[in-house]
Design a protein around this ligand. Structure first.
Ligand code: THU
Length: 158
């Protein structure tokens, strides 16, 4: 028997320590969460991306009375970015949430969103940094792959 060790390195920043572009995305993600359509969960999630062409786009969760038909903020935003700029790699994805009008202290993306984040990263073959935005701190994950070890991806289909 041997053991495999999986390691994820995350940088933890006080919000005030974030560089300009990260701070911009941090605020854009919280701002986007305010426009979420979340009448069922009342959990408002926002995401913002920086594309390699310099564009910043944002999105949020879109719920539905038929619950599984709704979509998380991360996927809404990544699909929107892919639809608008199919050739532009996503350099950074920021994620934030609000509940009852208050900032939620740091959420991490669901499994389905991680899978889509991974595909985005592999599609452009460039690491996509992920900024998890909390009230006081933000976690910077170096890539989508780091959030989904032991993943299934297109290379498994060959
Ligand atoms: N949600 C997101 O948009 N992103 C996440 O990372 C976690 C969950 C949404 C889905 C649903 O609309 C609500 O939050 C409650 O799960």
């Amino acid at each position: 028997m041997k053991e495999l060790k999986l390691e994820t390195r995350v940088e933890v920043y006080a919000v005030g320590e974030l560089d300009n572009i990260y701070r911009q995305l941090y605020e854009a993600a919280f701002e986007a969460s305010k426009k979420a359509y979340a009448p069922y969960s009342k959990f408002h999630v926002g995401a913002a991306v920086l594309l390699e062409n310099g564009e910043i786009l944002s999105g949020n969760n879109q719920e539905n009375a038929a619950y599984p038909s709704g979509l998380c903020a991360e996927r809404t935003t990544l699909f929107y970015a892919g639809a608008r700029y199919p050739d532009a790699a996503v350099q950074i994805l920021a994620i934030a949430a609000m509940k009852d009008g208050e900032r939620v202290d740091l959420i991490t993306p669901c499994g389905a969103c991680r899978q889509v984040m991974l595909e985005t990263e592999q599609r452009y073959n460039k690491p996509m940094k992920v900024l998890l935005c909390g009230k006081e701190e933000a976690y910077l994950v170096p890539s989508a792959t780091a959030l989904l070890p032991f993943c299934f991806s297109k290379s498994d289909l060959i």
